[in-house]
Write a protein that binds this ligand. Structure first.
Ligand code: PHE
Length: 467
């Protein structure tokens, strides 16, 4: 057993750390693109409904599980199920999923770090060329960035929960908000920016179909870092007297506001670049946006603010995304670390080295999935399509197992751990919650339609992507 379990020092510290986990590449790039292509304001509305009526109860369930057990996900399921063997399976899934998601998220973050360094070196013009991204991701320098990034993140984690994660979040998150606001204000003063704002916000309800609804749901779920064992782990570091419902709301609001604000950065930039553009034709992939399209837009800013100004803008943007990604990575890497400490009684530093070594090894497999090594580039064939190692991890863990984990959390909390215990945990630090409408809603929804919706998403993905 590890010595004394560390906890976050303050409620604000917890909120910023959890918001740091939630705010990531998903908010800054994936959300604005999804909203733009799927009905603008109408998508925002559907998304917000999902965040508050579907995802928020799941977040509370994960935090309550973690805090009650005061343990990592595996230990939490084991303890609160009274040692039931089948119920440790969701615990292992809630460990394995973040472990693997961290691997592909690491690789994307490595590229962001690389783009930041290139911009600072004055190479924005090269980043804006068609061929640069393909060359960059296949060059050995990515391994150097991978090592640098891992050293940086693990140095923070080695300082512990309070002095590492909490302190870093308290510095990085306000910095992120300021940078985002600064970029938005600048972009909104550019020519044709308002065309982008209009395009982003004017609702087109005709675009809302079942595919858009399931996209909004998946996006909201991922964005709040659910189904990854993260909130269970962070819940276990939460102080007893803090309100879970109140803190969860603060995290969800912050995350949603950042996603919304990022749209006010991306869309006006696109329309400033080309007022005639049809944003529905933009690439669906976040990587395509960040590494292929946005550098072109940033480079074009040189016409109005010069090459230096355009490079400064791009550098702040890449730094912003890097900060968001690093605080997310910290939280996701913490999950397996907590498990090694709690389940194996390993010392924290040793757990950090162990996890880092395995993750770097797998991340290298992902990094060479884009042509460098054929074995990883054409790793499997699924539903007639050849998939790389990177694609496979994304498909298996992010697309498929994530909603399954969410489903298991709901079923476990309501039917195994039981509502009364869950309610007791939510009421601790929040006496007004007892008997409130939100309490009734949360109990009802977590036992009925939320798991049902997650099940449908899971079945749909399996049917579409695997057969
Ligand atoms: N919420 C994160 C995002 O939007 C998702 C995430 C969390 C990814 C933690 C990796 C690690 O990008």
């Amino acid at each position: 057993m590890s010595a004394v379990r560390e906890h976050f020092g303050s409620r604000l510290g917890f909120i910023l750390a959890a918001a740091g986990s939630a705010v990531g590449i998903g908010n800054l790039v994936a959300f604005p693109v999804a909203a733009t292509k799927s009905g603008g304001g109408a998508f925002l509305l559907v998304y917000a409904l999902f965040v508050f009526f579907i995802c928020l109860p799941v977040m509370m369930a994960e935090l309550a599980l973690g805090r009650r057990a005061d343990k990592d996900p595996v230990g939490a399921y084991r303890q609160l199920s009274g040692g039931s063997r089948p119920w440790t399976i969701p615990g292992w899934l809630a460990l394995f999923t973040p472990f693997m998601i961290a691997v592909f998220y690491l690789v994307v973050t490595v590229w962001i770090l690389g783009y930041l360094v290139e911009t600072l070196r004055g190479n924005l013009d090269q980043l804006a060329t068609e061929t640069h991204f393909g060359q960059f991701i296949n060059s050995p320098v990515v391994f150097v960035y991978l090592v640098v990034l891992m050293l940086g993140i693990n140095a923070i984690l080695a300082m512990g929960v309070k002095d590492g994660i909490e302190r870093a979040s308290k510095t990085l998150m306000p910095m992120l908000f300021i940078m985002l606001l600064g970029l938005v204000i600048f972009v909104l003063t550019r020519e044709n920016a308002m065309l982008g704002v209009k395009y982003y916000l004017i609702p087109d309800f005709a675009k809302i179909d079942s595919a858009v609804v399931s996209k909004a749901m998946a996006q909201a779920f991922f964005s709040l870092s659910l189904g990854m064992g993260i909130m269970i782990t962070y819940g276990s570091y939460m102080k007893r007297g803090d309100s879970i419902p109140g803190s969860s709301r603060a995290v969800a609001i912050t995350d949603t506001l950042v996603a919304f604000t990022a749209g006010l950065l991306i869309l006006p930039s696109i329309f400033h670049f080309d007022p005639q553009i049809d944003p529905t034709k933009l690439s669906d992939s976040s990587a395509g946006m960040i590494f292929l399209f946005l550098p072109k837009i940033f480079f074009a800013l040189q016409d109005s603010i010069g090459y230096f100004g355009a490079s400064a803008f791009a550098a702040v943007f890449f730094f912003l995304v890097l900060v968001a990604a690093v605080t997310s990575l910290m939280s996701i890497i913490e999950v397996p670390i907590a498990t090694l400490c709690d389940e194996r009684g390993m010392e924290r530093k040793k757990a950090i080295y162990t996890i880092a070594a395995v993750q770097v090894f797998l991340a290298v497999g992902c990094a060479v999935s884009f042509g460098m090594v054929k074995f990883f580039t054409q790793f499997v064939t699924l539903a007639g399509e050849s998939k790389s190692f990177f694609d496979l991890i994304e498909l298996l863990f992010y697309d498929t197992i994530l909603p399954l984990n969410g489903l298991l959390v709901c079923l476990f909390v309501i039917y195994k751990w039981k509502k009364t215990n869950f309610d007791k945990e939510l009421q601790e630090g929040d006496s007004s919650f007892a008997g409130s409408i939100s309490q009734k809603y949360i109990n009802f929804s977590l036992g009925t339609f939320i798991p049902l919706m997650l099940l449908l998403i899971f079945i749909n993905t399996v049917a579409l992507k695997f057969f």
